[in-house]
Design a protein around this ligand. Structure first.
Ligand code: HEC
Length: 177
């Protein structure tokens, strides 16, 4: 047997060498990508972080048990009720003037944002002609007039109830009639 390489052997060796070089290059590229991806992975969570997280969710996940548990639950309920009460706008009053003086006045006394002034009978006449129900609905849902002036829903205070809005609109209308 001769060790002499035929031309087809040479061609094979050349192609084989190119293929090996290509695979080596691919391996290097993959190693680099792997390194980059790993660098973006969050490091294993430390114990301190785990404790901090469990402390953060405690009020939600707490279990109330026994006599102390009952007291804690009642305290939590009382706190929740107090928080809910503070969501009642202006003490829940249905005195339209009181509500107007605390909120609506910011625009409807000065005419800010293009609001019809509470003293401007001419500006209110065509609005009143639309009917009180429409005015109340516009005050509740918000309304953008033909001139692009915007009345925010509930004057911007979502805690105002429908009854409070109705009382305030009626009071306003009584002032400009
Ligand atoms: C940030 C300013 C602003 C506040 C606060 C505000 N308004 Fe208005 N309001 C407007 C503007 C502007 C218009 C006029 C919109 C238009 O071009 O028709 C308007 C229009 C109205 C109208 C007439 C709607 C219609 O159909 O013509 C009523 C009623 C009204 N407001 C009630 C209230 C009440 C009640 C409050 C308080 C709870 C209030 N507004 C607070 C800006 C305000």
């Amino acid at each position: 047997m001769s060790t002499h390489l035929t031309p087809s052997d040479r061609t094979f060796m050349k192609h084989f060498a190119i293929m090996i070089a290509g695979l080596a290059a691919t391996a290097v590229v993959l190693a680099i990508i792997g390194g980059v991806v790993y660098s973006f992975e969050p490091s294993p969570q430390s114990e301190a972080k785990t404790i901090e997280a469990s402390e953060r969710i405690t009020p939600v996940g707490a279990v109330y048990a026994g006599a102390t548990g009952r007291a804690a639950m009642q305290a939590a309920a009382a706190a929740a009720a107090k928080a809910a009460a503070s969501q009642v706008a202006y003490g829940g009053t249905t005195d339209g003037k009181v509500i107007f003086d605390q909120l609506c006045t910011t625009c409807h006394t000065t005419g800010a944002a293009g609001a019809p002034k509470i003293t401007d009978k001419a500006a209110w006449a065509p609005r009143i002609a639309e009917g009180i129900a429409t005015l109340i609905k516009h005050a509740e849902d918000g309304y953008t007039g033909p001139d692009g002036n915007h009345m925010p829903a509930r004057g911007g205070n979502p805690a105002l109830t429908d009854a409070q809005i109705e009382a305030t609109v009626k009071w306003m209308v009584s002032q400009v009639k």
